[in-house]
Design a protein. Structure first.
Length: 320
């Protein structure tokens, strides 16, 4: 099933809204429940689109008429994307991010399942991006050269997950002050923060080839271990059990996990539990104690302390 809705017209219309004003919209496609938010700050913009329901393999495409350098972040779910001449039907899952430039080209999106997805994109005009890279990250001059020449490129984030600082920025990006001028300042600051964090990740990967020391087979086993943990957050296995499950000894498991994913197994489980709790609290289907017990916390007060330490707010405060 495919949709050819006129996204170009909708995108053009979004650029008519006042600077710093959040524009909310519904995706103009049949058989699919989707919405989004868009905010413009002169030569930069944020587009946050969500699909909460739709038939598997539903697809839509649009022509990227306006020229931007994009920073893309898959916030939840998964989808296939195809970018003309650049990316051939690649599956993007939660935690994936990229740095993309593909001017005047077709883009196709396909639902990978019926669970939906959310993707947040930062769009920066080429001239502004060149100025930012020249001023703050001259080490990435190869990207500056490609943008100046109009040469398409995509740089995938070196990690398959959002770091805590990146996750925090993405989680709070729409929490802007009320005065219109301060709204615009808030969003400009958030865009620059995301730009800085992505550049930091790219520069760090260039400086350290540590993950290259991991054999392909070991990488696959570590990704298997990560996925198993995600599926068993309430009752995660011990390191010895996880070692047997993924086929690595404990030393390789602990060292490789930290090297590949940037945190220990324990920290990963703790962070993912709290992220899952936050999402369940916002959904409102269960009370806070039920959520805490359901995610494996034996004492609600332990959950409350961990939640406040990570998010700076209590679970009850999240609902206010």
């Amino acid at each position: 099933m495919q949709s050819s809705a006129n996204h170009n017209a909708a995108f053009r219309d979004a650029f008519l809204i006042p600077q710093g004003e959040v524009h909310q919209y519904r995706l103009p496609m049949p058989d699919i429940d989707g919405s989004g938010r868009f905010v413009l700050c002169e030569d930069m913009a944020i587009a946050d689109g969500s699909v909460v329901a739709g038939p598997p393999e539903f697809s839509w495409q649009h022509y990227n008429e306006k020229t931007f350098v994009e920073l893309n972040f898959v916030m939840s779910g998964q989808l296939y994307q195809t970018h003309e001449g650049l990316i051939s039907r690649q599956l993007f899952t939660q935690g994936y991010a990229n740095f993309l430039f593909n001017p005047c080209s077709w883009e196709k999106n396909e639902l990978a399942d019926n669970k939906g997805f959310r993707n947040l994109g930062v769009h920066i005009k080429p001239e502004r991006m060149i100025a930012l890279l020249d001023s703050y990250a001259p080490e990435l001059h190869q990207l500056t050269d490609k943008i100046a020449k109009g040469t398409p490129f995509v740089v995938h984030s070196p990690t398959a997950y959002f770091t805590p600082r990146l996750q925090h920025t993405l989680d709070h990006i729409w929490e802007s002050p009320l005065p219109q001028g301060l709204k615009r300042l808030h969003f400009e600051t958030q865009i620059l923060q995301l730009f800085g964090l992505q550049c930091e990740a790219l520069l760090s990967s260039h400086k350290s080839a540590g993950t290259d020391a991991l054999r392909t087979a070991d990488r696959e086993r570590l990704h298997h271990a990560r996925q198993y943990l995600l599926e068993h957050l309430a009752f995660p296995p011990s390191l010895a059990e996880l070692s047997r499950i993924c086929g690595l000894n404990e030393f390789k498991l602990k060292k490789g996990f930290r090297l590949l994913f940037g945190q220990s197994v324990f920290a990963f489980v703790s962070n993912e539990r709290l992220e899952a709790a936050r999402e369940q609290i916002l959904q409102g289907e269960y009370n806070i104690s039920e959520i805490a017990y359901g995610l494996g916390y034996t004492h609600p007060q332990h959950f409350h302390r961990a939640f406040k330490k990570k998010f700076g707010i209590t679970p009850m405060g999240l609902l206010k």
